[in-house]
Design a protein around this ligand. Structure first.
Ligand SMILES: Cc1cc2nc3c(=O)[nH]c(=O)nc-3n(C[C@H](O)[C@H](O)[C@H](O)COP(=O)(O)OP(=O)(O)OC[C@H]3O[C@@H](n4cnc5c(N)ncnc54)[C@H](O)[C@@H]3O)c2cc1C
Length: 529
């Protein structure tokens, strides 16, 4: 069965729904999403969305903080766009009905790590993402946008460039996407004028993650298979503070908790952050995550403590109602006892490489949100810039499809590819069977907060062995596993190649940044045109 739309949008988080609402004015729109409409990372976002709307703040200051956090790899042009267009996009969200919190009639702005001034807008205290998702989903419904739930995109259909097109430098173009209805098992091909990937990140590569179950990197993997360029995959952000309780999912304890004065203590009750960074609890996430890991090893404990018991209980419950409730439901009154926490995989800085218009290296294929790599985060994302990135670049994607359709990002001349399975890789019989948990455990242990040549080489060869015996995915779990495997190989091979430490990528055998590595690693499938 084939159906044709002007805009085909994959994913119903903030990037997908916002793009759909804008696109609706310019043509027919279909949104495909593999779970229910609000099954996404967006609804779990807590801290908020960054924008320089406060007194004394400016896009220039926001730009400087973003560049500083990104450890030398931020694309300045993209970050300038991000910070300059922030207040207009916040205005759009307000017009659509997102109820940002206010104090005395003015928007309330919070502080988060590595922001030089309060500039984080939030809604419902720490329920920003839930409010955004709910608002966008109800606007999409009111506007009559069709959202096909429980439908997983599995493959991008491209049209190869003609010899003449190749001569003038034009490459692959997008024609359609194949998708599977996970309830009926029916497969459908959807033709489109513009295909927008808004499939989110790949946090499910890791055993401990704050990400939703749907964050399996599908868009990144299917784009790679279709010949699009993938960039910066070695940069995975580990959030320092996820709730650590036996049998309970690693629920995020927002950065904003430290912004309001929360203190980190080791298992013996001692504060330790000042020994690692002068910004102490408000140091960048990679520094805090590594410090916590070190203290956990030093105290032989699987967690440290985040203490808010010295803060006004009224402030804690009013500012963090979601966190307070979640902990209370699990037997923890955080106004009275410190919160046990440990780091968890949180954000995929890399993804499908785009230019500042969301164009990928394949004509007609666009990417927005966490699955895209615009370059604004560099090697380390500044807190609360990701929700902002989704709306700024989703808006530019739609603008581009109107002003200059079917364009593409200039290809990278020196893109590498995943190596074929190395000849010394263990045979499939010598590695454990491929399961989601086996993959997550491997990535957590060998490609986690601290990596090194030995652990990365081991992981690379196991991942390659798993990929050497591919079975055609037949359902959502097997499709997701195949996509996680592709993303994990991209992360591991990039991490192995990058012989330095920078931002979220820390190698114990190369603990310092190196000037000759102040560049991006881009992968493109070899067989692709
Ligand atoms: C716990 C948590 C807290 C966070 N807090 C903040 C914060 O305070 N501020 C901030 O800026 N950022 C925060 N982030 C990051 C931010 O929430 C995400 O980067 C952002 O929401 C991503 O939006 P998205 O639309 O790109 O992806 P998502 O919201 O993850 O949506 C992806 C969508 O794609 C669908 N999908 C995936 N694959 C397929 C497929 N193959 N076929 C069909 N559909 C598919 C999914 O089902 C989902 O609907 C947080 C993240 C987490 C996990």
């Amino acid at each position: 069965m084939t159906t044709t739309y002007d805009y085909l949008i994959i994913g119903s988080g903030i990037a997908g729904l916002y793009a759909a609402i804008l696109a609706r004015k310019h043509g027919s729109v279909l949104v495909l999403t593999k779970g229910s409409i609000d099954d996404c990372n967006t609804r779990w976002a807590q801290g908020g969305i960054a924008a320089s709307v406060g007194p004394g703040d400016s896009p220039e200051k926001h730009l400087r903080d973003t560049i500083e956090a990104g450890a030398g790899l931020v694309d300045e042009e993209a970050a300038r766009v991000l910070t300059a267009e922030a207040s207009d996009r916040i205005g759009d969200l307000v017009s659509l009905g997102v109820p940002f919190d206010t104090v005395h009639g003015e928007v309330a702005l919070a502080t988060e790590g590595a922001h030089s001034t309060p500039r984080i807008l939030h809604a419902g205290g720490d329920s920003t993402g839930a409010h955004i998702e709910l608002t966008l989903a109800s606007v999409a419904r009111l506007e009559g946008i069709t959202v096909l739930e429980h439908t997983i995109a599995t493959e991008i259909v491209t049209k190869p460039a003609s010899p003449l097109a190749r001569e003038v430098g034009e490459g692959l173009g997008v024609r359609a996407i194949r998708a599977l209805d996970t309830a009926s098992g029916e497969r459908t091909t959807y033709d489109c004028r513009a295909l927008i990937l808004a499939t989110g990140g790949a946090g499910q590569m890791y055993l401990t993650t704050t990400n939703a179950e749907v964050a399996t990197g599908d868009g990144i993997a299917i784009a790679y298979r279709a010949g699009a360029e993938i960039m910066d995959m070695e940069f995975v952000q580990f959030h320092p503070t996820a709730l650590h309780l036996p049998g309970v999912q690693p629920f995020l304890i927002s950065e904003a908790v430290r912004g309001e004065g929360g203190l980190l203590r080791d298992a013996n009750g001692e504060r330790f952050m000042a020994a690692y960074d002068e910004r102490a609890e408000l140091a960048p996430r990679d520094i805090v995550a590594r410090a916590i890991r070190e203290r956990m090893l030093a105290t032989d404990s699987d967690h440290v403590l985040l203490d808010v018991t010295h803060l006004d209980p009224g402030l804690v419950t009013a500012r963090f109602p979601q966190i307070y409730r979640f902990c209370a439901d699990n037997g923890l009154d955080i106004t009275r006892v410190p919160i046990p926490i440990a780091p968890a995989a949180h954000y995929t800085m890399g993804g499908v490489r785009t230019n500042t218009w969301g164009e990928t290296s394949v004509a007609g294929l666009y990417a927005a949100g966490e699955c895209a790599c615009t370059g604004v985060h560099g090697a380390n994302r500044l807190a609360s810039n990701s929700l902002l990135e989704t709306v700024v670049f989703a808006c530019r994607v739609i603008q581009r499809t109107i002003d200059s359709p079917n364009g593409r990002a200039e290809p990278t001349p020196d893109a590498g590819s995943l190596r074929p399975v190395p000849s010394d890789a263990p045979g499939a019989g010598d590695v454990p069977p491929l399961t989601r948990e086996a993959l997550q455990s491997l990535m957590w242990r060998d490609v986690g907060i601290v990596r090194g040549r030995d652990s990365l080489t081991r992981a690379a060869s196991v991942l390659a062995a798993w990929q050497s015996t591919p079975a055609a995915p037949t359902d959502r779990p097997s499709q997701e596993l195949a996509d996680l495997l592709t993303c994990s190989r991209l992360v591991t091979e990039a991490a192995l190649a990058r012989e330095e430490s920078r931002g979220a990528h820390y190698r114990d055998d190369f603990p310092e940044p190196r000037e000759d590595w102040r560049r991006h690693l881009v992968f493109r499938r070899k067989e692709a045109a």
